[in-house]
Write a new protein. Sequence first.
Length: 90
Amino acid sequence: MAAKQSGDDASLKSIYRPENQAFLAVLRGLRIRANLTQADLAQRLGRSQNFVTAAERGLTRLDGLQLRDWCAACDSDLVAWAKAVEKALK
């Protein structure tokens, strides 16, 4: 099913909103700044590399606790991540 198109991006599912690309870039950047490969992060999370790849591409959505785990595995926290997202969106 195609995404509903309108003049208001806020009415679109979040995966279709342009802000989602900024969200994903910050997620990936967090891993890269921690000097971790996808395999390294996957091991820290107890998940597969495919999970990390899918999350960074937006194919798998992270819930709040998974996002917190991701941040912790990258030696960061949710507050720093949220500030980076807000900065990217400005």
